[in-house]
Design a protein around this ligand. Sequence first.
Ligand SMILES: Nc1ncnc2c1ncn2[C@@H]1O[C@H](COP(=O)(O)OP(=O)(O)O)[C@@H](O)[C@H]1O
Ligand SMILES: [Mg+2]
Length: 381
Amino acid sequence: MASLKDDVVAALGKVASPDGKPLPQTGTLSDIVETDGKVFFSITVDAAAVQEWEAVRGRAEAAVRAVPGVKSVMVALTAERAGGAGTTPPRRPQMPPGGGAGGPARASGGGPPSPAGIPGVGAIIAVASGKGGVGKSTTAVNLALGLRDLGLKVGILDADIYGPSMPKLLAIREKPQTIGGNRLKPIERHGMPVMSIGFLIDEETPMIWRGPMVMSALTQMLREVEWGTLDVMVVDMPPGTGDAQLTMAQQVPLKGAVIVSTPQDLALIDARRGIAMFRRVNVPVLGIVENMSTFVCPHCGKSSDIFGHGGARHEAERLGVPFLGEVPLDIGIREKSDAGLPVVATAPDSPHAQIYRDIAARVRDGLRDESRPAPRIVIEA
Ligand SMILES: Nc1ncnc2c1ncn2[C@@H]1O[C@H](COP(=O)(O)OP(=O)(O)O)[C@@H](O)[C@H]1O
Ligand SMILES: [Mg+2]
């Protein structure tokens, strides 16, 4: 008896590539993930050929949707960075201009309609940064663990669909199981449920997401995952402050946002944009974390401020948002983080773990303040 996956492959055999080959013979298809009638796969093509392949992607999706037994289908078109001269591969997803991603249109200055909450989930907080590589994901994981150590029930949603980090940071290689036919069971790590698009697709593949897909992936991870009862869900946001991030900030029912920045001026400019973005969608900024602050030399014990020091604290004061703490630039944090052994879980007695727990306590207190029914000042963008 043919499996549903075989039927899907057969259906894809009738879809032709731009040069007329049956799709399964083009070498562009990823593994086809099928769980209870939900089909997910990606087509990886040369960045220069993305335009012609977009139509193929649409036809592939339609063909699979027509297969009896398929309940839903998501086909991601991803681009390989072309090595050829003269081509600039699009590294960022091709988002339609503002409001085109299926989100509610937002009139500037108007009060945004709040997205519905997730049943059973208390506060959802975003960990965001103006740019990548500042340690956002490392902070997200250790902050989540710090909140857990305060006795809260915490979950982690990796919403950085362009560069999912949770498979690596938490050493997760297994794929999530489905329960009850149409819901996914998150992966459990250190007592926390975790969900990442990286569990479903190859994390090394640079992805080009179309606007509506971004939202459908996010909505699925948020609402079709069995999160259980949580006090706090920590969301690792994609870096940047463009349309994609804005749409996400609008679509996820956020209680607050934590901004991660390094101390340099340039990173701080991005952090400032991040704060402005959350204010625009009326999400309270719980504060700024200065990451890769002072460097303590493991050999001589001397501190030096490689990226400067104190910039984020100063910026927080200037912008009137709480300063949550400084995490030093430390080789141990990097090694542990990259080995999937976050410092708060694996070296709970270290000074670094304590720093993250202190940050977590300030975040928790900030959430309490935000839930107090005090008159709120709405800041205009
Ligand atoms: N405080 C720190 N000290 C040393 N290395 C760090 C620190 N924070 C993050 N890193 C390292 O920096 C790199 C980028 O961090 P990551 O959390 O993936 O950033 P982002 O999510 O912002 O792209 C990783 O290799 C990580 O281990
Ligand atoms: Mg990251």
